[in-house]
Design a protein around this ligand. Structure first.
Ligand code: FAD
Length: 317
């Protein structure tokens, strides 16, 4: 996409400090990897998003929506067009219903899942303890159906508000959503750009009730387990999806003898083999070469083809 001066002026005039040009995506991903986005807009209201999609539709400009960047590998050439980042601007959390036996919350898509989980726990709203320690936003968590063996977003989501196509607002009930392991398919009328999904702007979560202390203890237990199992450092969490009817991806990578295997600045974690760590200024190229070596070696050792859970986006460097 060619960014004309007029287009830049139009965005600057409407969005002021909320728009940045040639923004390094490494600043916005948990991996700390990624070339520049032509434009990055951080909307602060739903109207900002509606206006932005109208402008982009009028200019025939491409866009990509991100959350906290916790599940993204942005290639070294960066992202052409406009990256829309509702976090941290769009992050309100509201109680919708509070009854002795149930409660519901509405969270805007830029709110951090971990904050929503703590907000719920503090009020005795149960059902989000699984989210303790999962990085990223509500928008990303919904679209990835984020979770653990203890639960996932499909267990609590009641409905979504979406901005789609050229800036239309749409409510989507959970009956219209197709959840699967670490994925969610929105109905066709909630489309965004070039067949991709529209932008989630808020989610209503249906929760049950429990004493805050009990939820707090459960969250502490899950956080402690996470600390014990998962490595620190810059990563995008589990790199590969766990394959069906086979041992977990980490187990397969370990069996292929790849713990500690390094390409450039990227290394397979010694603590959990399904984590690729950016140890020393890794490029996306390093991670992608390492990814292919892992896939080949695991396939040779176990006959399983691993598929990435991490979303790889952007242009090669
Ligand atoms: C240390 C670590 C541990 C992790 N542990 C777990 C875990 O236990 N369980 C788990 O499930 N995941 C885990 N992850 C992965 C990650 O936290 C989740 O996938 C998370 O839900 C991603 O949210 P995000 O906001 O960062 O989304 P991003 O990574 O920014 O985006 C992910 C996808 O969602 C889309 N998206 C984001 N926001 C919106 C929106 N508003 N509207 C429409 N589409 C949107 C993006 O286009 C992209 O396709 C871990 C990651 C790290 C770094």
């Amino acid at each position: 996409m060619v960014l004309t001066g007029t287009f830049k002026d139009l965005l600057s005039k409407r969005f002021g400090k909320k728009v940045r040009f040639d923004e390094p995506m490494a600043r916005h991903t948990a991996f700390r990897i990624g070339g520049p986005a032509d434009v990055l807009v951080s909307p602060e209201t739903v109207d900002d998003i509606v206006d932005l999609l109208r402008i982009l539709d009028g200019e025939k400009a491409g866009w990509f929506v991100m959350g906290g960047g916790a599940n993204l590998l942005v290639r070294d050439g960066g992202i052409r067009g406009v990256v829309i980042a509702p976090s941290p601007g769009l992050s309100e959390i509201q109680v919708v219903e509070e009854k002795p036996e149930r409660a519901s919350l509405k969270a805007q898509s830029g709110a951090f899942l971990w904050d929503v989980s703590r907000f719920a726990a503090g009020r005795g709203f149960d059902g989000l303890a699984f989210a303790a320690g999962i990085p990223g936003t509500i928008g990303g968590a919904v679209m990835m159906n984020a979770g653990t063996a203890e639960g996932d977003m499909s267990g609590v989501l009641a409905d979504l508000e979406i901005v789609c196509g050229p800036g239309e607002r749409l409510s989507v009930d959970r009956k219209e959503l197709e959840f699967a392991y670490r994925s969610l398919r929105l109905p066709p009328d909630a489309a965004g750009y070039e067949g991709r999904p529209g932008i989630v702007v808020s989610a209503t979560l249906q929760l049950s009730r429990k004493k805050p202390e009990m939820i707090g203890r459960e969250m502490d237990r899950q956080l402690a387990e996470r600390k014990q199992r998962q490595p620190g450092g810059f990563s995008a969490g589990s790199f590969f999806r766990n394959p069906p009817d086979a041992p977990a991806a980490g187990e397969l990578i370990d069996r292929a003898g790849l713990k500690g295997f390094t390409v450039g600045g990227a290394v397979v974690s010694q603590k959990h083999a399904n984590f690729i760590i950016n140890r020393k200024n890794a490029s996306a190229g390093d991670v992608l070469v390492l990814m292919e070596i892992i896939r080949k070696r695991v396939n040779e050792a176990s006959g399983v083809v691993l598929e990435p859970e991490v979303k790889v986006v952007g242009e090669p460097g």
